[in-house]
Design a binder for this molecule. Sequence first.
Ligand code: ADP
Ligand code: MG
Length: 266
Amino acid sequence: MQPDTGAHIIAVANQKGGVGKTTTAINLATAMAAVKKKVLILDLDPQGNASTGFGIDRNAREITSYDVVLGAAPVKEAVLATEIPGLSIIPSTVDLSGADLELAELPQRNFRLQQAFDKADIRADFDYILIDCPPSLSLLTINALVAADSVLVPLQCEFFALEGLSLLMRTVEQVQASLNPGLDINGVVLTMYDARNNLSEQVALDVRAYLGDKVYKTVIPRNVRVSEAPSFGKPVLLYDHKCAGSQAYISLARELLGRRKSKIAA
Ligand code: ADP
Ligand code: MG
């Protein structure tokens, strides 16, 4: 359950790879930091794409999300600054790929990340914590869903998108039923939308019919600048803030912050 004060923790999750989880975590975080929110990204994918996307050198990743989930180091020691004011990251390395098996052997295996966050009182230091989940419904993702207040689902507008979404929603319901009753659906964000493609439009309509206002009005277009930015170790907002992808992430951040504000006020 979300305490009255401190960071709101969002798991960015979808068991499919390549749907825009990392891109959304990076750019949403950057857009929130631009309006003076203090934001932490926890890179929970062994591929470390979020860490690379912020230009965090592999040699600089001494204490990582692996140490955090396994309780091998205090959370705060793992936090690194990025070049963006107000935005920090806990990086990951390929070591994290062994964490699932190790977690399986531990007591309270679903609660390790939540316990690590609580122990460090990490909520006190940030306004938002975004967890970039791996592309699976593994123990790492379950740990993220247990530690989080809400789950944000990037969804690529393609065939089978809805099937994957219903599997994820079932997992979220199971987590709500037994592990984290306070977990909310933050929303679904449609990514890599191609206005020239009828399938994109049809999938968007289907998803909105299925989930109603849970789907963000903002749609992230397919945009080449978005895909170029990570190779420069920069969020697209720093690489080309005028491009359509950057503008869409600014609009998503505004919509998310607005929704949250009205939720707190309600
Ligand atoms: P995930 O984290 O879900 O695996 P990524 O965020 O890494 O997905 O995105 C997968 C690939 O698609 C990456 O190469 C990324 O640069 C690219 N990509 C993501 N969003 C967009 C977009 N809006 N336009 C163009 N390419 C994108
Ligand atoms: Mg990713």
